[in-house]
Ligand binder design. Structure first.
Ligand code: BGC
Length: 464
């Protein structure tokens, strides 16, 4: 009955899209929690009368929680499954949002942000993993980019809501309103199916097949995929043993760590967390200007992510990264120089904003999404869970270091040199990319693995 077939195909497509959308909602929350602190911090600082150092900890406590959450969720998502992990993450999101909104002291706020961080850590590990296991092969790559897009949309939404509440200085509302998407995620996760790959890994092939037949166009497709999963499960995850015994795998883990350190030390999150402060340094004295400036930063971040989505499979990873680091180095370098000379006219102010936006474009079109893509491509199957856990945790630790040192750097080195340090790092990353980063465009993951394990140089593991 072709009519019926057609109908079930359409409903399976809708089901797959619904599942991917829900999992990507976790990305949105990740972004909301990164973005919200920028607008809330100036008011929190005033209310609690905190020092620069305490402010840095209010920002960074979340990243500390996220690093712990990412490490813990490697274990949790293989024991309890991806669905239950996401559920645990959503519950933590709800608790953390409410608690931080009601915090009565800086210490309590820091503790609440550690809980939020745990949620973000779980989400940042589990959601992309779940997506890559649920999405049909054809759209697996774009799913990871979609996830990054959701992060940037979350950051923008947080900036907008911060702006809406800023007239009243209502930082508790800024933090508390995130409870709404967190509850939506929690409700949505109830309706998510378990990951077929995880079910099969637990030996429950019947349920795995049932889930796949609801998600794929035809039952043949579902069967074929289940066979592939069965085949790949013959390789048991034994990342830690492999790490101890195999120096080629250690190189892949090292590469994942390096990639995430590079992403964070571009300085992107300095702007994500402290954008209003940077606008203040650039001479925008009034809070409304600072808040709207921050919204524009968020918007440009979303839009420029589309450049990456368009370039990544055409140009490849390496040239896009090199170009991105160059753009970032120029943006940061000129901004630093302008701060050094002094920004005295409105023209100079707007030029400084243009440089800031140039930096954002540089990041969003390259390191933002590409580092996540590369990290998911370079690990050999047997050590995949371990390798990705290590690189994701590195993302958060490096993120924490950047967030915890920016204000101190401004106070000790001065404004201009702080920006020059980041400009210099971006120049260094151009060289590192050329020397060490592989091009993985149009190469199968099996091929990358074979090259890595046969001892090829890191930068050549993507060679055909
Ligand atoms: C990074 C985050 C960053 C975000 C900005 C992500 O890829 O991991 O640290 O805040 O991009 O868009």
């Amino acid at each position: 009955m072709p009519g019926n077939n057609q109908k079930s195909r359409t409903s399976n497509k809708v089901m797959t899209l619904f599942v991917c959308f829900l999992a990507a909602l976790a990305g949105l929350l990740f972004g909301l929690d990164i973005g919200v602190i920028a607008g809330a911090l100036p008011f929190i600082a005033k209310d609690f009368n905190v020092t620069a150092h305490q402010q840095e900890w209010i920002v960074s406590s979340m990243m500390f929680g996220a690093a712990v959450g990412a490490v813990g969720s490697g274990w949790m998502s293989s024991r309890l499954g991806r669905k239950k992990s996401l559920m645990a993450g959503a519950i933590l999101f709800v608790i953390g949002s409410l608690w931080s909104a009601g915090a009565t002291s800086p210490e309590m706020l820091i503790a609440a942000r550690v809980v939020l961080g745990l949620a973000v850590g779980v989400a940042s590990y589990t959601a992309p993993l779940y997506l890559s296991e649920i999405a049909p092969e054809k759209i697996r790559g774009s799913m990871i980019s979609l996830y990054q897009l959701m992060i940037t949309i979350g950051i923008l939404a947080a900036y907008l809501s911060d702006t809406a509440f800023s007239d009243a200085g209502a930082w508790r509302w800024m933090l508390g309103i995130i409870t709404i998407p967190a509850v939506l995620l929690l409700i949505g996760v109830f309706f998510l199916p378990n990951s077929p790959r995880w079910l099969a890994a637990k030996g429950d092939f019947r349920s795995a097949e049932r889930v796949l037949s609801r998600l794929r166009d035809t039952s043949e497709q579902a069967k074929r995929e289940l066979d592939e999963i069965r085949e790949s499960l013959k390789i048991k995850q034994s990342g830690w043993q492999l790490f101890q015994s195999n120096s080629n795998f250690r190189r892949a883990v090292f590469l994942g760590v390096l990639l995430q350190v590079m992403q964070q030390f571009t300085g992107m999150n300095v702007i994500m967390y402290y954008a209003p402060k940077i606008f203040e340094i650039a001479g925008f004295a009034n809070t409304t200007q600072q808040m709207w400036g921050t919204v524009i930063v968020g918007l440009v971040n979303v839009l420029a992510t589309f450049i990456a989505i368009g370039l990544v499979d055409r140009w490849g990873r390496k040239p896009t990264l090199v170009l991105g680091f160059m753009v970032m180095a120029i943006g940061m370098g000129i901004l630093g120089t302008m701060l050094h000379i002094g920004i005295h006219s409105p023209e100079a102010q707007y030029f400084a904003v243009a440089m800031l936006l140039m930096f954002i474009i540089g990041f969003a079109m390259s390191a933002g999404p590409l580092i996540w893509v590369l990290c998911s491509e370079i690990q050999p199957l047997k050590g995949r869970d371990f390798g990705i856990t290590v690189s994701t945790a590195t993302n958060w630790i490096a993120n924490m270091i950047v967030g915890a040192t920016f204000l101190t750097m401004l106070n000790t080195l001065g404004n201009a040199p702080t920006f020059w340090v980041y400009a210099g790092l971006n120049v260094f990353f151009i060289l590192l990319t050329l020397a060490l980063i592989p091009e993985t465009k149009n190469v199968s993951l099996e091929h990358i693995e074979r090259n890595l394990m046969s001892g090829k140089k890191l930068r050549d593991i993507g060679q055909k």
